[in-house]
Design a protein around this ligand. Structure first.
Ligand code: FAD
Length: 463
């Protein structure tokens, strides 16, 4: 008996219920990855993600080879290629992790019908890419009347009480029948263009190394320091979670264990709460796939268009140092601190009043962890079109900068033009006197904050 495992956003051997179930069902398992023309066609394979993905595939292949197998790579339409491999190997079943996006849901449906025609079955596994699967937690008597939670706090309460499945080890052996494979792709085979200079290495081995280091020396201080922009005191595990190099169930279980083994600490609780946000967004998107493109709850379609402003925001040249630092970090590392994501998103959608889709699209072009659920729904949350319970809150970049980068070290790190300024001036270079200001090669603010706020209030009918 032969089964096929179609790897998607679960590029790991440890705690992978899809692989474990396939191995239970048959002696021979074909570990398959399809370089999916549908995902590339949607513009989702950027140089940064291509480089990270190439590392993930190489690491997965190495792990499989150590167990007697290897990764089978095909390219083209994912459904057609999977059916082809199933037919070539005479497989009875294909195993797949469920996904929240509209694309993943359609892929699953298409695959199920195509396999059924051939007399094969599709086995879909939940709680692989999220800790709690979408649809498991539903409001008992919701005011929304929909099959998902629209507000985080009650979701989080239920989510925290949920018993997670046990974590499973990596398989000892993976044996496969003879089957043709393309060579493992390098970054250049997946996307054109250079990857960001500060890109981390991808893959399960690297993800596990980082997770262990984080639990050992980062987690305990997370509650106190996670918003400090310069301290860089967050896990940076998002890309490993996005590609499934790490299992969210394992990450949560190990973080919780750290807390009870030492003594309960706020770090683990705060960190696990962020992972609940991840599940929360995935369950919203699974129930409302259109939220990736349309306002989730409240319609705001009077956005401004100003190509120069948008270009200044994208380039990190708005004249607001903390916004510019964050945008330059994104371009350099393919990653941005969460607090910085919030404040640049608020600046674009509320201070400049540009459509959140412009910002979300730019993030998707650069972030390694770019995820339809987490990116699009966080953008909507900040823009006040999503599930933020305070949709009219505006994050003032100056207040944010003074609070989360009090000495200006984050700004100095990413905006070298301002590196020599003293703490008192680094967030407000426009207030320097004439000659000192003229010596800086740094733009004037793209908008006056009071004017931006007044415009926002008018547009939202708040005045
Ligand atoms: P940590 O602070 O160490 O958090 C641990 C994990 O929790 C993260 O790795 C991530 O998986 C999850 N997490 C943390 N915050 C959130 C959140 N607000 N929503 C969902 N999950 C969260 N995250 C993505 O993974 N992909 C995205 O495309 C993405 N786009 C975003 C866009 C905007 C406008 C905003 C405000 C946030 C976005 N986030 C996104 C959420 C968050 O910023 C990142 O997950 C986080 O910065 C990643 O860094 P970390 O791994 O060090 O996080």
């Amino acid at each position: 008996r032969v089964t096929v495992v179609l790897f998607t956003a679960d590029l790991r051997l440890r705690d992978n219920p899809v692989l474990a179930a396939a191995l239970r069902a048959a002696e021979h398992v074909v570990p398959l990855f399809v370089i999916d023309s549908g995902i590339a066609g949607a513009g989702f394979v950027t140089p940064a993600r291509a480089a990270f993905l190439a590392d993930c595939l190489a690491d997965l292949d190495e792990g499989l080879r150590a167990r007697g197998g290897r990764l089978i790579v095909r390219a083209g339409d994912v459904v057609r290629e999977t059916c082809r491999v199933a037919a070539e190997t005479n497989a009875t079943e294909v195993h797949l992790a469920s996904g929240a996006s509209g694309y993943a849901q359609r892929r699953e449906e298409r695959l199920r019908s195509a396999l059924t025609v051939d007399g094969r079955s599709l086995c879909v596994h939940d709680a692989v890419t999220t800790a709690v699967a979408p649809g498991v937690l539903v409001p008992s008597s919701g005011n929304s009347g929909k099959d998902h939670y629209a507000v985080f706090t009650p979701y989080h309460r239920r989510w925290s009480a949920e018993r997670l499945r046990p974590v499973s080890p990596a398989p000892r052996r993976v044996e496969l029948p003879p089957v043709r494979s393309l060579p493992l792709p390098g970054p250049g085979d997946l996307a054109r263009g250079p990857a960001p200079a500060g890109l981390p290495k991808g893959g399960e081995s690297e993800g596990r190394r980082r997770l262990a280091a984080w639990l050992r020396s980062g987690l305990a201080g997370y509650a106190a320091a996670h918003d400090d922009l310069a301290a860089d005191a967050t896990s940076r595990l998002s890309s490993y979670l996005h590609f499934g190099c790490l299992s969210p169930v394992e990450v949560i279980s190990r973080a919780r264990r750290c807390a009870t083994e030492d003594e309960p600490h706020a770090g683990a609780e705060a960190f696990v709460r962020q992972l609940a946000w991840r599940d929360f967004h995935h369950q919203v998107l699974a129930a409302v796939p259109g939220a990736a493109h349309r306002d989730y709850r409240t319609r705001h379609d009077r956005w401004r268009t100003d190509p120069d402003e948008l270009a200044a925001w994208r380039a990190g040249m708005t004249g607001y140092p903390v916004v510019d630092a964050a945008m330059r970090q994104l371009a350099h590392e393919g990653w941005m601190h969460n607090r910085a994501r919030m404040l640049v998103a608020s600046f674009l959608t509320k201070t400049l009043y540009h459509d959140w889709r412009e910002g979300a699209g730019h993030f998707e072009g650069l972030l390694v962890d770019a995820d339809v659920a987490d990116n699009r729904l966080n953008w909507q949350w900040v823009a006040g079109t999503g599930n933020d319970t305070r949709p009219h809150r505006v994050l003032n970049p100056l207040v944010q900068a003074r609070r989360f980068d009090p000495r200006g070290d984050y700004v100095r790190r990413w905006v070298p033009e301002l590196a020599a300024l003293p703490d008192a001036a680094v967030h407000t270079p426009w207030r320097l006197d004439g000659p000192a200001r003229a010596a800086l090669r740094y733009p004037a603010p793209v908008v006056d904050l009071t004017e931006g706020l007044a415009r926002f209030r008018r547009a939202r009918g708040l005045d």
